[in-house]
Design a protein around this ligand. Structure first.
Ligand code: PHE
Length: 508
């Protein structure tokens, strides 16, 4: 028996869905804040190198094994490399579940801020629950507004709503995903273009663009800048999570995956580029500093910039609303792909129906997303994250974002390069591709990429070990900084072992 896994109705549908997956919070907020943290122009060189030497070849690999096997990530790797391949696949799906949980929490908060744009977000004198630290300000203050929001219970409702929308988009598989991305993806391009036009036409907006693009050669010598650029590339292109393999498995076998990989990477990085320009120009007009965590950028700094965009209140509100709507749309087409990667793996392995697979994911998924918004205040000085939920989120993001993706990427190239044979993959891709991948491709997959990733992972673990945890100021909760990475490692391993050794209910 083979189950009907679904197929894309058109190549356009696939490209919209895959680029919709790639374009998300990563492009709008994480890119700008990483670019800033790692020194504006210093970030660009590593970023571009990462695009060509890591991003594109790995995208070709992930798409290639999807069409080759017609299976989602764990089963595809299982066919290629046996049980150890399948284990790596399930391990990455566990990472994807952690990311899905907090990704949707962030979207829930964005929904709260979007509603707030029409309400009191841009009005003066919001009152703070953190009285001693955040005084109600005479001007509109998005930081106060945001902490008010996340230290209450309202986000529970927004998060459940975002989960419900995701499940609705996923209920018919490729057919309903395709219908949704046909609306969402063009809309997010239009909204982003509106923001960028407004950004660069602001007085001094161009200074921000200059900062972003002025090269800084000193920064390039630091290993953490490279790790930042590599992790950003993985996350932004949705690599290392099994997504691209799942999406490609719904394509005809003769698809030109070298070409598709370049097209998706190009669309993603152009969007990221434009978003960087929009955000840096907006921030520099008011000399705002996009420092701090990625989340503070989207929830305090950008709204503060928007606040000064015009003297006319309704224009400010409109832009605020538009920015958060853009975040939600871009985020939805990504969270949908994260859940689909997991759902299609369960369907392929266990032969269960789509609705059962979705329910199996939604129960732990929603619980996790809600944990990330627990409103208890544990860092009253707000020097770190403030609430329990935000702290959990920040620590999880640190590990999964920085290490899980790179680690899976490493395992993936080793399996394909050495067990399947990188030359076999190259021939397979070349069979249907207009572009001819030369022997350099084999070299990259076998030696260069695994070597590079090993160096980056090892040097960044080495550099951060003595400092880790020092930035969290939360009496009584410090143990979380150790507990969370351990929990992630142990639970992912148990999960992956369990599914790898479970027998398959589907015959090939
Ligand atoms: N690429 C998405 C973004 O940039 C996030 C994502 C990561 C989606 C991994 C799927 C898998 O926001």
């Amino acid at each position: 028996m083979t189950t009907n896994r679904g197929t894309w109705k058109s190549k356009l549908g696939f490209i919209l869905a895959a680029s919709g997956s790639a374009i998300g919070l990563g492009n709008i907020v994480f890119f700008s804040s990483n670019a800033y943290q790692y020194g504006g122009g210093a970030f660009y060189l590593p970023y571009f190198i990462a695009l060509f030497v890591l991003g594109m070849p790995l995208m070709m690999l992930e798409l290639g094994i999807g069409t080759m096997t017609g299976r989602s990530f764990p089963m595809a790797l299982g066919k290629i490399a046996g049980k150890k391949g399948e284990f790596v696949g399930w391990w990455s799906i566990a990472g994807a579940l952690f990311i899905t949980m907090y990704y949707i929490t962030i979207l829930g908060w964005a929904l709260g801020m979007m509603a707030g744009s029409l309400g009191s977000l841009f009005e003066a004198g919001a009152t703070a629950p953190f009285d001693d630290y955040l005084k109600p300000s005479p001007a509109a203050n998005s930081t106060v507004y945001f902490f008010n929001l996340i230290s209450g219970w309202l986000p529970f409702f927004f998060i459940i709503l975002i989960w419900a929308i995701n499940l609705l988009i996923l209920r018919k598989g490729t057919a309903s995903i395709e219908r949704a991305v046909r609306v969402i993806v063009p809309l997010m391009w239009i909204f982003m273009l509106i923001l960028v036009v407004r950004g660069i036409t602001l007085e001094k907006g161009f200074d921000g663009v200059m900062y972003l693009f002025t090269p800084d050669l000193e920064g390039i010598a630091q290993p953490h800048v490279w790790r930042g650029a590599f992790s950003q590339m993985f996350f932004s292109l949705s690599l290392g999570m099994g997504i691209m393999t799942a999406y490609a498995s719904y394509l005809p076998r003769d698809s030109d995956q070298a070409n598709n990989a370049m097209l998706i990477s190009f669309l993603n990085c152009s969007f990221e580029f434009i978003a960087g320009i929009a955000i840096f120009s907006l921030l520099f007009v008011y000399a705002l500093n996009p420092a701090g965590t990625t989340l503070s950028l989207s929830f305090f700094v950008i709204p503060q910039g928007i606040n000064g965009i015009s003297a006319v209140p309704w224009i400010v509100r409109l832009f605020g609303f538009l920015f958060f709507l853009l975040m939600i749309l871009a985020g939805l087409s990504s969270s949908v792909s994260l859940i689909e990667g997991f759902a299609s793996s369960l369907i392929d392995k266990l032969g269960i129906t789509r609705s059962r697979a979705l329910a199996t994911i939604a129960i732990p998924g929603i619980t996790g997303s809600l944990l990330f918004t627990l409103p208890q205040v544990i860092d009253p000085s707000l020097s770190g994250d403030g609430t329990l939920g935000l702290t959990l989120l920040d620590i999880t993001d640190h590990w999964v974002f920085n290490y899980s993706l790179l680690f899976i990427g490493f395992a993936e190239v080793v399996l394909i390069g050495w067990v399947m044979g990188a030359d076999n993959l190259r021939q397979l891709l070349n069979r249907h591709s207009r572009l001819r991948l030369g022997p350099w491709f084999t070299f990259m997959i076998r030696y260069f990429i695994p070597g590079l990733l090993a160096v980056v992972i090892a040097s960044s673990l080495y550099n951060e070990a003595p400092l880790y945890g020092s930035s969290y100021d939360m009496p009584g909760y410090k143990w979380l900084t150790v507990f969370i990475p351990l929990f992630w490692l142990v639970s992912s391993t148990v999960f992956a072992l369990y599914l790898t050794h479970k027998s398959t209910n589907i015959s090939e």
